[in-house]
Design a protein around this ligand. Structure first.
Ligand code: PEP
Ligand code: MG
Length: 849
């Protein structure tokens, strides 16, 4: 039974907490307290509404007397959170023969009759549950036969009501209100409403508060109407006018067809409130500004206008794009309306991603062809090409292109640089295409298993038979994984001042460092623009994906004589050194962690007959010999084969060359800048501490040689990439030889699940959709399993070496939930591709606050 106390008048003196009365009641109370013109109203508590739904006839308490006054009332929903939805407003409650006569004296009979007929219709439909179509038909027949005569329409509606229900339409406002409240309460408890709100995150027992409010008729003498308004532009969050106004209206259409919809602010496309009713417009601006101060947020106001006076019916957070969200958060903090902490917490990390990349105009209409895994955000359109060469040719013609491949290989790198987006049929979130695209800031969709590529005919087909040939235009939305036909409108990236201000603020709160995964000097320069705390992973094998270097690299791999290999290494040394010099110069003063070579060897093997021939030429060997050697080097499972430190131990000259290049570069740069360069050298794919002991020993020898030769004192650290489960479990032993550990969670996830990172894309979507995995574990760290390995490793490593450096450099470093996990784990830093660094900085600050 709803108690008398469960209906509270909204006076502005007592707070009406959202958890008891819903968010709308709380906000109206706050606005009223500051003197904003809010129509008189009553809040019905969630508990009372629940009782109503169970069938209790409500005791209207203070409302009873009010309802006898012959005015009209509305009932509006007040859920605890806006996006939980709820029943639509019921208007004009209290309308009956007697009230109609009173209203007619104020606004004229026609308007009063229109309002009466509207109420009978909505009451018949929503409370008495008469058929909507029957009512619609009745109105149509009446208007067709007799013209827009609202008096006659009322007679017909009342008669229909009585015929259908065997009782007259209730003329008593108290009965009407009781029935409306009961009906609205029941709608909230209905199955469809429940499913809808639960999909939006509402708990199973989410309650609904209601607001009973004096109606502002929205029709009558002087300027009257209804609308919504905000004075910040949706897209930018700065000055603008957004909303609509319908004069002579209560909502969707105008009363008795008198008024009409208009723009709020001046607009070339048609009449505006600013021109038609400038004083009303000015009131709105003023009230919105006041509501902003009171609610400490940009707001969208729902309002009614009666005889030129604006009444505030609701104020909700202004609608905003990602960019506007950032702009508003910063401006509110600058205006002293919220703290920096609140500003940081109010921004969704994805909004920064939206600002960094092109994205599809939310207003654009387009057709989605298929969906794959969203591997690198941003949207771009271009003509389909199927090879790296075709992508380069497109770039030479200044034409945008999308590179479509089954999967990408190292030699595709230049083509990827030339393309505006990358689409692969295979692969997962950590596949070659995905990693490179994220580094380049290009939209990328992988694992789009629906596309069937026919390289010979240069086209791909979709399951429904549609075909796209080279030259056809498609668009990739790398944020959603949608492949789109044609070229919908795109919105350009825009790094406003607010973007940088917000990022500056993150540094005041975050405990976790954010470094970049940067492989080349140009990556490092890009990373610097996002003001990272250093480089957490330089994958040195990516430095060789350039034509000249790739050949030298292949010669080194293919050599079966020591002197041939050394000759190839001697050619690689100056290239590596030059890169490291640039890297150290770009990052002076900041840590740079260089990972020794870790190619899954197959990435470097020549694939096509032309490549094999050109390698034979370069090595001056018969084709058969090269083919034979390629056969010898083939591995059944290259990702778990001769990779990382295993290659380093088997062919020690490679790591010796790399260590020398690093130390010579450090010596050169520190001499030039007069600052100590302290490279971090990282050993990949370790599984046993002996591997570390051996490699560290050789690195130390090279360091002393370079010190001797250059006369420069070198400071460096040697650490281990923990990316095999065994390395995580044996982190205590490994820590004896390693000054730092960095978790390579791409491989660690792959190995913990026994799930190939390149093949996961084939079924990941099905697994996530069916709830087998809550999330793609390559995207967001699996805290339960892989996370436990990390926890074990951290505690064992710290026990063995109290001052051990700890970081994470897998792709998870740019995922907000994983960043939060790393913070809780007590890591020193995460490292991610440069474009993801802003999100990581924000997430790190949010978890620290
Ligand atoms: C990893 O395994 O997490 C990692 C960062 O290395 P890569 O992706 O190069 O294997
Ligand atoms: Mg790895």
């Amino acid at each position: 039974m709803a108690e008398y106390a469960d209906i509270a008048e909204i006076t502005g003196t007592a707070t009406l907490p959202a958890e008891h009365y819903g968010i709308r009641a709380e906000i109206l109370g706050k606005l009223m307290a500051q003197g904003l013109p809010v129509p008189r109203g009553f809040a019905v508590s969630k508990a009372a509404v629940h009782q109503l739904a169970l069938g209790t006839v409500p005791d209207l308490g203070p409302l009873k007397e009010v309802l006898k006054q012959g005015a009209l009332y509305s009932v509006r929903r007040s859920p605890e959170q806006r996006n939980w939805g709820g029943p639509r407003a019921m208007l004009n409650i209290g309308m009956c023969d007697r009230t109609r006569d009173i209203m007619a004296r104020e606004m004229g009979l026609e308007r009063a009759n229109d309002l009466y007929s509207r109420f009978i219709r909505s009451y018949s439909q929503k409370v008495a549950r008469l058929d909507e179509d029957d009512l619609e038909e009745l109105v149509e027949v009446e208007f067709t036969n007799r013209g827009r005569d609202y008096g006659r329409l009322i007679d017909a509606l009342l008669e229909f009501y009585e015929d259908e229900l065997d009782e007259p339409f209730p003329q008593d406002p108290v009965t009407q209100m009781q029935q409306v409240l009961r009906a609205v309460a029941r709608m909230w408890e209905g199955t469809t409403a429940r499913i809808l709100r639960q999909a939006r995150g509402a708990p199973i027992d989410a309650g609904l508060g209601l607001i009973v409010q004096d109606m502002v008729a929205g029709t009558g003498s002087g300027e009257c109407g209804v609308g919504s308004a905000q004075f910040t532009a949706l897209a930018t969050g700065v000055n603008g006018t957004h909303g609509r106004y319908i004069s002579e209206s209560q909502g969707h259409d105008s009363v008795t067809g008198r008024g009409g919809e208009m723009f709020l602010g001046r607009d070339v496309r048609g009449p505006s409130m600013e021109d038609v009713a400038p004083e009303v417009f000015a009131q709105l601006q003023d009230l919105t500004a006041q509501a902003r101060e009171i609610l400490r947020d940009e707001v969208l106001i729902q309002f009614s206008v009666q005889d030129g006076k604006v009444w505030v019916l609701d104020a909700r957070p202004a609608e905003r794009s990602g960019r506007a969200e950032v702009e508003i958060a910063v401006q509110l903090a600058k205006d002293g309306l919220q703290s920096k902490e609140a500003a940081l917490l109010s921004v969704t990390p994805g909004s920064l991603t939206e600002m960094l990349h092109r994205h599809i105009d939310p207003k654009a209409k387009y057709k989605v062809l298929t969906q794959g895994i969203a591997a690198s955000p941003g949207a771009n359109c271009g003509k389909v090409v199927f090879s790296a060469e075709a992508a380069q040719a497109s770039a030479a013609r200044d034409e945008n292109c999308i590179l479509v491949r089954s999967e990408t290989l190292p030699e595709d790198i230049r083509g990827m640089h030339s393309a505006q987006g990358i689409l692969t049929a295979r692969g997962g979130i950590t596949s070659h295409a995905a990693v490179i695209a994220r580094g380049l800031g290009l939209p990328c969709i992988v694992g789009a298993s629906d596309i069937d590529i026919d390289l010979r005919r240069k086209r791909f087909a979709l399951p429904d038979g549609r075909k796209f040939s080279e030259g056809d235009t498609i668009t990739l939305d790398g944020a959603t994984g949608e492949v789109i036909a044609g070229a919908p409108d795109l919105i350009e990236p825009d790094l406003s001042g607010a973007f940088n201000t917000l990022l500056d603020w993150t540094d005041e709160f975050r405990k976790l460092g954010v470094r970049a995964n940067a492989d080349t000097p140009s990556d490092a320069r890009l990373a610097q623009t996002f003001r990272v705390d250093g480089i957490g992973l330089c994958r040195t094998e990516h430095m060789f994906f350039e034509p000249g270097r790739l050949t030298a690299m292949r010669e080194m791999i293919f050599a079966d004589q020591d002197q041939d290999r050394q000759a190839a290494l001697d050619r690689l040394l100056p290239m590596q050194r030059a890169d490291f010099v640039e890297l150290f110069e770009t990052m002076v003063g900041l840590p740079v962690c260089i990972r020794l070579l870790d190619p899954p060897l197959h990435e470097f093997l020549p694939q096509s007959p032309q490549e094999i021939r050109s390698l034979a030429e370069a090595m001056d060997l018969p084709l058969a010999k090269v083919l034979g050697r390629a056969e010898d080097l083939k591995q059944y499972n290259p990702m778990l084969g001769l990779r990382g430190v295993r290659l380093g131990l088997t062919v020690p000259g490679i790591y010796d060359m790399q260590a020398r290049a690093i130390f010579e570069a450090a010596a050169q740069v520190q001499q030039k800048f007069g600052t100590q360069i302290k490279p971090e050298i990282m050993i990949p794919l370790v599984s046993a501490n002996k591997e570390v002991e051996i490699v560290k020993g050789r690195v130390d020898v090279v360091a002393s040689e370079v010190q001797m030769a250059t006369g420069q004192r070198l400071e460096y650290s040697v650490g281990v990439m923990v990316e095999t489960p065994r390395a995580a479990l044996k982190a205590g032993q490994i820590a004896q030889y390693a000054e730092f550990l960095s978790f390579g969670t791409n491989d660690l996830t792959q190995m913990a699940y026994g799930l190939s990172r390149d093949d996961a894309g084939r079924f990941m979507r099905a697994y996530v959709n069916r709830g087998v995995f809550a999330e793609d574990p390559f995207h967001s760290i699996d805290e339960d399993g892989v996370g436990e390995l990390l926890e074990i490793a951290v505690s064992r490593a710290k026990e063995a070496r109290g001052d051990i450096g700890l970081g994470l450099c897998g792709e998870h470093g740019g995922d907000p939930a994983s960043v939060a996990f790393c913070h809780r784990l007590g890591l020193e830093y995460v490292s991610c591709s440069p474009y993801r660094a802003p999100v990581a900085r924000l997430s790190a600050a949010q978890t620290a606050i």
